[in-house]
Design a protein around this ligand. Sequence first.
Ligand SMILES: [Zn+2]
Length: 446
Amino acid sequence: MTRDSELVAAAVARSATVAEVAVGSGVLASAGQLYRKHFGAGGACLIADENTFAAAGHDALASLSAAGISVRTHVLSAIPRPKPAVTQADALQAVLAIDAATPVAVGSGVINDLVKHAAFQLDRPYLCIATAASMDGYTSAGSPLSDQGFKKTITCRPARVVIGDLDVIAAAPPQMMGWGYGDLAGKVPAGGDWIIADALGVEPIDNVAWPMVQDGLSGWLAQPESIAAGDPAAVAGLFTGLTLVGLAMEAHGSSRPASGADHQIAHLWEMEGLSVAGEKVSHGACVAVGCAAVLALYDWLLTQDFSQVCADAVDMGIKEARIRAAFGPGEIAERSIDETRAKHLTREAHAARLARIRGEWPDLSRRLRARLMTAPDMHRRLAAAGAPAMAADIGVSRAHLRRTLANAVYLRSRYTLLDLLYETGLLARAIDATFPAEETREEDRS
Ligand SMILES: [Zn+2]
């Protein structure tokens, strides 16, 4: 067993839901056998879209049929692409509910998230056949879906069995590997955010979930060129990393081990329906750019001395007005007000928070330096992996990026770097210093 497969086996053994993760070249051929082992001889309902069905659906059907499993199929149209929305998950639930079939998801991000939600609603375990190493949701308990236009991670259960056939994954559209690399890269600043929350006594680091993500991270991110070239060992590392991240979220009971300010930024763009040339920008691409932007804020943060910081508290009424001005009427503003209220501090608590920041700063800044990568380093890696790094790469202008960085803080109650900057009254200054308003050519900044 390699070190990575040992880590996966240990994480699976700890998982309440995931019973087996099969990663390797040609493992799709054992789908029927794995199905019988974990789900018995009852019928299956294979759910895919036209693209993912072409990638792995035929071989999955052949393997399931050879194992004596009766399978009905439900193939969604590829154009327009299936939407990650609760309404679509509900439609799949109705498809599944006509009999007792075990769901078999054949696909990547959206298909898996929709089936995960539908299977959970019906209290059925499911099998997931991954068609790309494009995100970390195969083994995670959460399903990030939009509900009345607000994207949130809904607690579900991960797949009982995940099949990651490296031949299928290497044949996926090349940009999907870049998306997976971007989603994994986001764990670098997300780790920084958790260190901050830990140091300030907001949310302690969990000694089970933290090492599952952070111990292997620099290794999985070390060879972006090889990942882009489809090198089997590097791709296996990427898929393993994404798998372990999912298991870490399940172990921790929230997405904290995997998602910080980088994901809040990404979720905001996803909710806005960010598109380039008529195509929605993928989750991993949004996270890649969010990750690079947050690391740039971290680079600035670590040039500052917070051991003397002072700031006035901001009243909840003012925050509410800012949120309404930022998002306009509707669900995003309403939910953001709730999330922001959940982390709002009284004046006394704010003063105590600042005192804690001042006191912790020498140790906190040392911990962050030891853990983070710089923004220029991350830009180089993302580009080598075929992922976007600059906001302009995904059609986000400088002004739009600045707005997003200022507003993402309201989206979730989860404490991140953005909250530290907000509470110290330095968020606007950090954004100005890092992404100045004047038109600077993107090339000049890397
Ligand atoms: Zn993600």
